[in-house]
Design a protein around this ligand. Structure first.
Ligand SMILES: [Zn+2]
Length: 138
């Protein structure tokens, strides 16, 4: 089944790019992410790199959004520092996005290849955590 292409949320890309350009710093903060909530607001964040597994910008923005009461994220994008442009989410982030926001769209690609994809397209034949939890109440 093919669904019509979802337009790219350029305002969201610009928000992440602005944070990447102005706030990314050193080796600790190299990626920015921006997420749009269903209510229209945009939340931004930076990654917090650490060799023990510091969170990607996408994960930080999920927490930052929740801290602002934005729990229903509909679109996510990450942009790299040093003018690297849009960077697709890593495998861990794809799984987190799928489990936490199964209908979220993710912006990937640069130039003519920039597009908006449902997270399910980024993780075909995926493991769905909720499908494997016990129905019993603890
Ligand atoms: Zn990631």
């Amino acid at each position: 089944m093919t669904r019509p292409a979802t337009p790219v949320d350029h305002e969201l890309v610009d928000a992440a790019a602005e944070i990447a350009r102005t706030r990314a710093r050193g080796e600790l903060h190299t990626m920015a992410a921006a997420a749009r909530d269903r209510d229209g607001r945009i939340v931004t964040a930076l990654n917090a790199y650490h060799f023990t597994g510091g969170p990607c910008a996408e994960l930080v923005v999920i927490g930052a959004a929740a801290a602002q009461g934005a729990y229903d994220l509909v679109t996510m994008v990450a942009v790299g520092d040093r003018e690297r442009g849009v960077v697709p989410p890593c495998g861990r982030c794809r799984q987190v996005l799928l489990d936490c926001f199964p209908s979220i769209d993710v912006i990937v690609g640069n130039g003519a290849a920039r597009r908006t994809l449902p997270v399910t397209d980024l993780l075909p034949a995926s493991y769905v955590w909720a499908d494997h939890q016990s129905d019993e109440q603890a």
